[in-house]
Ligand binder design. Structure first.
Ligand code: NAD
Ligand code: WQD
Length: 348
């Protein structure tokens, strides 16, 4: 059986990808150092898959440890690389840590692939590579001009793509960078989802936390944007749909005759949803009110961004299965699970 190494496997998107690759019949090996996750995630994954996957506690910045993993786990056919620090404000506060972690993890894995003959590599990229897009650039296609990202975090994604592109010019490896828009929601089983971060900044977690009473109310960042209801517009996409695109990307890469390959694909729903519309979708899907107040704009926010998902459909045969209400209902189910796990209060 082909072995697929998933980095960041205990994390939010990685754990959903573990489930998807397992269900597609691959032998999955997980790697994580639990910087933003916990080992217990593997037990909850096993509740879904019926099998606990092999996993290793490795800091991917440690090149020796990465090489010895590739040496001991023979026959790795693909690396699906999720591991990274993803907090935008943390990256602004400590850019060096973010650069060191994200870029060196990617470099060490690429190096190990070339040393150990691993032929397929899938990289977690982000819509943040497009920077501050203007209204005339919407919806964003893969051809949209990349701008200077708004944060050090975004830079590590742009830089990661470029490093891997140069690498694939000279090494026999087929690489796909997938640019996610706004992944939200949780596995429909309610067993896995996004763990509360030190600073919870993202919209859907603050909606579910306010609805659950973990926080009193959240702030809608601005109602004076030039959009249909004054709030910002984003392209929310269910995390299980994001996960399944990786399995399809691997199938696609395996079929490419050329030994060297590099491409990028957007993963979004193609639909722009405003903050107020997202709140209404949550309330419709759950019947629960999410208290909020309207406040000032947040620094660095883009007014509107959403994808053109056509390339993912044409190249990968990928289309999202879940709509915005499914995203909200599953996020709410996960919020209940967090309470059961004693993790309802974020770790500030
Ligand atoms: P996450 O923080 O839940 O998962 C990342 C995992 O990587 C964590 O479990 C963390 O412990 C691990 N990790 C970090 N540095 C590591 C290291 N040096 N060695 C080993 N493990 C390490 O984040 P996520 O939301 O699952 O994001 C997965 C990927 O998708 C990231 O690359 C992120 O940048 C990208 N992405 C996420 C979003 C989003 O909104 N969640 C959007 C676009 C792109
Ligand atoms: C969504 C909308 C906020 C919180 C981030 C990263 C990006 C990518 C995806 C990794 C915005 C509004 C939010 C709140 C609010 N991640 N909001 N009140 O900023 O689009 O993207 O995640 O690659 O790089 O920057 O996501 O969920 O923070 O915000 O009104 O308390 O919700 O203004 O319009 P964002 P988000």
């Amino acid at each position: 059986m082909k072995k697929v190494l998933i980095t960041g496997a205990a994390g939010y998107i990685g754990s959903h990808a573990v489930v998807d690759f397992h269900n597609a019949g691959y032998e999955v090996i997980g790697v994580d150092n639990y910087l933003n996750s916990e080992e217990g995630t593997y037990k909850r994954i096993a509740q879904i898959t019926g099998k606990e996957i092999a996993h290793h506690n490795i800091d991917l910045r440690d090149k020796k440890a990465v090489f010895s993993l590739f040496k001991s786990e023979k026959d790795i056919d693909a690396v699906v690389h999720f591991a990274a620090l993803k907090s935008v404000p943390d990256s602004v506060d400590n850019p060096i840590f973010c650069f060191d972690n994200n870029n060196n993890s990617t470099l060490n894995l690429a190096d190990a692939c070339s040393q150990f003959g691993v032929k397929h590599f899938i990289f977690s990229s982000s819509c943040s590579v497009y920077g501050n897009v203007t209204a005339d650039q919407l919806p964003v296609t893969e051809e949209t001009q990349l701008k200077r990202p708004e944060s050090p975090y975004g830079y590590t994604k742009q830089n990661g793509e470029e490093m891997l592109h140069y690498f694939s010019d000279v090494k026999d490896v087929k690489i796909m960078a997938l640019r996610y828009f706004n992944p939200v929601g949780a596995h429909p089983s309610g067993e896995i989802g996004e763990l509360p971060a030190k600073r919870v900044n993202n919209l859907v977690p603050v909606i579910t936390q306010s609805a659950a009473g973990v926080i009193d109310a959240f702030t809608v960042f601005g109602s004076d944007w030039k959009t249909r209801d004054g709030s910002c517009i984003r392209d929310y996409i269910h995390v299980s749909d994001i996960a399944s695109a990786h399995t399809l990307a691997y199938e696609f890469l395996k079929k490419q005759d050329d030994e060297k390959f590099f491409d990028v694909i957007n993963l979004g729903s193609g639909e722009g949803v405003s903050v107020f519309e997202a709140i209404k979708a949550f309330e419709r899907a759950t019947g629960v009110r999410a208290p909020y107040k309207v406040g000032d704009r947040r620094d660095g926010d883009v007014e509107s961004i959403y994808s053109n998902p056509q390339k993912a459909k044409e190249v990968l045969g990928w289309e999202p299965k879940f709509d915005i209400e499914d995203m909200m209902a599953s996020a709410w189910k996960w919020q209940q699970k967090l309470k059961e796990l004693g993790m309802a209060v974020h770790k500030l």
